[in-house]
Design a protein around this ligand. Structure first.
Ligand SMILES: C[S@@+](CC[C@H](N)C(=O)[O-])C[C@H]1O[C@@H](n2cnc3c(N)ncnc32)[C@H](O)[C@@H]1O
Length: 204
């Protein structure tokens, strides 16, 4: 099952929560890293105090603890009950950061200083990518950052839906400038050799 998140049954649409519910309930979650990845430690260490951080499509939300323990105000958002149940088990005393809702429509309050991306853009059908870029631009304050992992693949099939070379730039460059781009330090098999750590700053 290299490079898919499980074989979709007919009519299952990764744009809706049922697709993800089924996978978390059946524990078929090949995207789940089981830990917070190494770049997050550096990111957290470099943040100013008390930042407002959004983790959209948080899944098991390992990273939420790293941000919350450092004193940041974290909203880890997912629309799947089963994903949030997994995250509650992971986060224990920090589970208050979890929120259920749809990234595209949830009322998330004041603008964020940081949006953390991992395996969320590639979970969305490509038709939703322009809406993803617009929504990130909407929820970030000017000067705020979109930071995380982006996945490239030539495969048509997904999820994970991979970016083609040159495809991320037109999505983001209207509202963001890229300030970091490096191969991911560690990758789980589904993403191995195909993901990069990038940071994009919201234009003022
Ligand atoms: C591939 S998983 C990645 C989970 C997590 N980010 C990780 O790295 O393990 C994608 C997650 O996004 C969630 N998701 C997909 N579309 C969403 C939406 N529109 N609003 C909120 N969550 C969404 C799914 O429920 C699922 O938990």
């Amino acid at each position: 099952m290299a490079e898919t998140f499980g074989k979709p049954a007919p009519k299952q649409d990764p744009a809706g929560p049922e697709f993800w519910e089924k996978r978390y309930r059946e524990e078929v979650t090949p995207w789940d890293a089981g830990r917070s990845p190494p770049e997050v430690r550096t990111l957290v260490a470099g943040l100013a105090p008390r930042r407002r951080v959004l983790i959209p499509g948080c899944g098991s939300a390992y990273e939420a603890r790293a941000f919350a323990e450092a004193g940041h105000e974290v909203i880890a958002l997912d629309f799947s009950d089963a994903a949030l149940a997994a995250a509650r088990r992971v986060l224990g005393e920090w589970a208050g950061v979890l929120h259920q809702g749809d990234f595209f429509t949830a009322d998330l309050g004041a603008p964020f200083d940081l949006v953390y991306e991992r395996a969320f853009l590639c979970a969305l059908p490509r038709r939703l990518w322009p809406a993803y870029a617009a929504r990130i631009a909407e929820v970030l304050r000017p000067g705020g950052a979109l930071a995380g992992y982006f996945f490239w693949s030539e495969s048509e099939r997904g999820p994970p839906f991979g970016l083609r070379p040159g495809e991320l730039e037109p999505l983001l460059e209207g509202a963001f400038a890229r300030v970091a781009d490096a191969a991911a330090q560690e990758s789980i098999p589904v993403f191995a050799g195909k993901e990069r750590w990038q940071v994009w700053i919201r234009a003022g």
